[in-house]
Design a protein around this ligand. Structure first.
Ligand code: ADP
Ligand code: ASP
Ligand code: MG
Length: 460
């Protein structure tokens, strides 16, 4: 069995949906097809919710535009004898969405729960349509088997419960093509939730792992995983093969092509991931797998990625607190804050972490709780924060074999008048990372990319 995921970029237009139909119908065995909302629709659902929140009545014309976009696709791609039935099912969804917007507008209030409800309509709508476009397809409702719990104000996957429900749902069902809305989920009370922006990739990986798929294919709008984000760096190339760890590291450091938690479930089951282009299906794409016996030419630097809007948090260390570094790190990670790097560049008198800027308030709160007593005695100094930074990572398995690379890149950035505010060697040595001012992000990425892919033999 194969699991295929088609992102918003692949299901946005009549032309792209024709490709999706062809790709899926050309597969012999059973296939699970996970779909995103039509390209750009989730953003539009959100911006319309904000209009309603301000009681701006133009939300109704936005709703009409969204409606006609879906109905245009139905009128072009769905056989005539199935259209009325499908349209009445879409009417029912749009009627519910309109009521949600009306409620938001009347109350002039948009709670996280209402917003979760609003965004869920994107995948509900697209999956209903796609299940009618593809021959022999059966539609499934992912809110019945993808379950989340709330932690640190976010929805996290409830793996055990989801796995039990997926086995139950798919174990008792005979299908040729299962169409599943990505991204959306529900909590233990049945309230609609989701797996976070970009989460359809994750839905597909959870299903692939549970159902023991032979392969997970992520179909998108580029020829594969590239050496850097092609929208901001010129001269990028497709990376033919990546190990799971390399892919995880690139995604954790911002490569948007795969939603970061996606890789873990399939890595755990050793299921390969292919990144493929819906608009160029014959291109091989990128294969992500467990590379045990790497050929020597594969021992190359794979790519560069960046997390925008990072910040640095520096704590003075005057040795009054035992194990300060590990207490800081444990506290941050226990509170769900992703530490992007622990700096090697600081003096022994301080410890520096790079974090996503959006986590800084929670980080400061967590640390002031943890060190409450020491703050009072003056043993702990309130952290110093620097905002508006980017964390850039260079990724390869066995980073150690590239002796002198960190120093060389550091020097290169300085030569280009880019201040390196912190840097690190990743654990377990799959990356080196640099923190630079946000307004130097593009220049840093381009400089590093040009240097590395000229200097070191790549697999591309
Ligand atoms: P989808 O709608 O298919 O989920 P996304 O927009 O989430 O598509 O992801 C695909 C996009 O990711 C590409 O169009 C590309 O611009 C961007 N991207 C960022 N970094 C990379 C990278 N290293 N390799 C390929 N694409 C990347
Ligand atoms: N539609 C959702 C989003 O735009 C999920 C996804 O596309 O993966 O974030
Ligand atoms: Mg995506």
């Amino acid at each position: 069995m194969k699991v295929l995921k088609f992102g918003g970029t692949s299901v946005g237009t009549v032309e792209s949906l024709r490709n999706v139909k062809q790709i899926v119908e050309s597969i012999d065995g059973r296939v699970v097809v996970v779909v995103s909302a039509l390209g750009g629709l989730t953003d539009r659902l959100i911006s319309t919710a904000h209009m309603a929140e301000k009681a701006d009545q133009s939300y109704t014309s936005e709703l009409l535009a969204m409606k006609s976009r879906h109905y245009d696709i139905v009128n072009t791609l769905v056989p005539e004898n199935e259209r009325e039935d499908l349209k009445s099912s879409l009417d029912e969804l749009f009627g519910r969405l309109e009521n949600v917007y009306k409620g938001i507008s009347l109350l002039e209030e948009l709670s996280p729960r209402s917003l979760d409800k609003v965004v869920s309509f994107g995948e509900m709508l697209s999956s209903r349509i796609i299940a009618r476009i593809i021959d022999n397809a059966t539609l499934f409702d992912s809110t019945e088997f993808i379950k989340t719990v709330n932690r640190f104000g976010r929805h996290l996957l409830d793996s055990d419960r989801s796995n039990r429900l997926i086995s139950h749902t798919f174990g008792n069902c005979d299908f040729k093509v299962a169409v599943v809305p990505g991204f959306i989920a529900s909590d233990s009370d049945g309230i609609t939730t989701n797996l976070g922006r970009g989460g359809s990739d994750y839905t597909a990986a959870i299903l692939a792992a549970n159902l023991g798929a032979d392969v997970l294919e992520i179909w998108t709008d580029v020829d594969g995983f590239m050496t850097a984000d092609p929208r901001i760096v010129s001269g990028t190339k497709v990376i033919p093969d990546l190990s799971f760890t390399e892919a995880m590291e690139l995604c954790n450091f911002g490569a948007k092509v795969i939603y970061p938690p996606t890789i873990y479930p399939v890595f755990h089951k050793n299921i390969p991931i292919y990144i493929k282009n819906t608009f160029n299906p014959s291109a091989r794409g990128t294969c992500i797998y467990d590379i045990k016996d790497r050929k020597s030419q594969d021992n190359a630097i794979k790519g560069v990625s960046s997390i925008n809007d990072s910040c640095l948090l520096t704590v003075k260390n005057d040795r009054k607190i035992k194990n300060l570094a590990s207490r800081l790190l444990n506290n941050l990670t226990r509170n769900g804050i992703s530490v992007l790097l622990v700096s090697h560049a600081n003096t022994p008198d301080s410890i520096t972490f790079s974090l996503p800027q959006s986590d800084i308030e929670r980080a400061m709160e967590a640390l002031s709780k943890e060190f409450e007593a020491e703050l009072e005695t003056g043993e702990f100094h309130s952290p110093v924060v620097e905002m508006n930074l980017a964390t850039i990572a260079v990724v390869a398995d066995n980073m150690k074999s590239f002796a002198g690379l960190t120093d060389r890149l550091h020097r290169l950035l300085n030569e280009n008048k880019i201040d390196v505010l912190a840097y690190s060697q990743g654990q377990p040595e799959t990356s080196v990372a640099f923190v630079v001012p946000m307004d130097k992000r593009t220049l840093s990425l381009q400089t590093i990319h040009d240097e590395i892919f000229a200097m070191i033999p790549t697999v591309v």
